[in-house]
Design a binder for this molecule. Structure first.
Ligand code: NDP
Length: 388
């Protein structure tokens, strides 16, 4: 592989740390020029990472932490920036490849900017496609870079959906672990704590996505993400619960064949593939031992206990900004759950109420429309939360 320049938006998170591990495994400074790293609150880790890889720019999204970062990196020769303008500066650095791993809507503007300038985008942040699908896909097309999914499910589909056979695509089957409450009754789920909800059975991930796995809102976001990534219809997107998280997702063709991608639950495989695509590079991750695994189970998801899946279908059918509204309302409800202001199952009630209230908002003509709908959905969700 020739030298590659990279930027990691969200380097201090779970995906960001794994990305730096993969970069290290594939040759580190010998093969990669790290242009910019960004974080938010974890200044110590951001500074340590920036020094280790010799980043040109380190950015904290939090303006209040600028001085702290500046002091920590004093004398290192690494430039420092902060806030929205700092993230924009990181996105504008001339990196060939940008990992989009900021959590939530905060990742939208910098990822969009990197896409517009033609960088290859390794997309972990789902919100770019869920909130601004058509605009984001168009920005990538205009920029001329590649869009390579990192989410394990979408990476699996990307790896099994052969370009020359797209005309024969029949269905996309997203697998879901079912999360920690897969076998729980609705009554038992009513009063769960944040600690129980974040304990994912197979994957080790950030807080937002862990809670999203427990409520299956993460799968709901992934359904919409798949719709935009693979230009699929809502009817083509299926979800099957697969508790072992070994089959990462599948693609069904019109001749009845189903192709699947399998691996241990370790994001570094998908990250490595996105980094060296279309080549594969050797990675030090665990290998599957099929005799040890013994069996793979599949079951239908229960949309009564996990209404998020039904809401994703509703958002896909309604189209327009419903994905954006679903996502923003869910982020607001998630924060309220984490802060103990609402109960676990109320998150879906809040999201559905906000989606219904805002169902007549026109489709986005520009990114400003997306941001406006996002703000309105958060305000609406907050109003419903306050009224509980
Ligand atoms: P984490 O919460 O672990 O990390 C999030 C990153 O975003 C951190 O670098 C964090 O900085 C930064 N960040 C937080 N808030 C802001 C903000 N307001 N502005 C700018 N940066 C901010 O998340 P994950 O790594 O788990 O997930 C990142 C994205 O990847 C999410 O969209 C998630 O859905 C997706 N994803 C994650 C997977 C996983 O296995 N973790 C799998 C597939 C997709 P700091 O830590 O310094 O505060």
């Amino acid at each position: 592989m020739t030298r590659k320049s990279v930027t990691i938006l969200g380097s201090t998170g779970s995906i960001g740390v794994s990305t730096l591990d993969v970069i290290g495994q594939l040759g580190g400074r010998e093969r990669f020029d790290v242009m910019a790293l960004t974080g938010n609150g974890n200044i110590a880790l951001l500074a340590e990472q920036a020094k280790l890889v010799g980043a040109k720019l380190a950015v904290t999204a939090d303006d209040r932490r600028y001085q702290e970062l500046k002091v920590t990196l004093a004398g290192s020769g690494i430039a420092v920036a902060s806030g929205t303008s700092g993230l924009a500066e990181a996105a504008a650095m001339d990196a060939d490849w940008v990992m989009a791993a900021i959590v939530g809507t905060a990742g939208l503007a910098p990822t969009l900017a990197a896409a517009e300038r033609g960088a290859d985008i390794a997309l972990a942040n789902k919100e770019c496609l869920v909130s601004a699908g058509p605009l984001f896909v168009e920005a990538v097309r205009r920029g001329g870079g590649k869009l390579i999914p990192v989410d394990s499910e979408h990476s699996a589909i990307f790896q099994t959906l052969e370009e020359h056979q797209r005309h024969a695509l029949e269905r996309i089957i997203l697998t879901a672990s079912g999360g920690p409450f897969r076998t729980w009754s609705r009554e038992d789920m009513a009063n769960v704590t944040v600690e129980t909800a974040r304990a994912h059975p197979n994957w080790s991930m950030g807080l937002k996505i862990s809670i999203g796995s427990a409520s299956m809102f993460n799968k709901a976001l992934e359904m919409i993400e798949a719709q935009h990534l693979f230009a699929a219809t809502p009817e083509q997107i299926e979800v099957v619960v697969h508790p072992q998280s070994i089959v990462h997702s599948m693609v069904g063709y019109t001749d009845g064949s189903v192709l699947a991608q399998l691996g241990v639950p370790d994001m570094r495989t998908a990250i490595g593939y996105a980094l060296t695509y279309p080549a594969r590079s050797p990675l030090n991750v665990d290998r599957l031992d099929f005799a040890k695994i013994g069996r793979l189970d599949f079951e239908a998801p229960d949309e009564e206990r996990f209404p998020a899946l039904r809401l994703a279908r509703l958002a896909m059918h309604r189209g327009g900004l419903q994905g954006c509204i679903m996502n923003a309302a869910e982020e607001t409800a998630f924060e309220a759950f984490v802060e103990g202001r609402i109960r676990f199952l109320q998150m879906a009630d809040i999201v559905e109420a906000a989606m219904d209230r805002l169902s007549s908002i026109s489709p986005a003509a520009s990114i400003e429309d997306v941001f406006a709908a996002d703000v309105e959905a958060r305000r609406t969700a907050a109003e419903f939360i306050a009224g509980l």
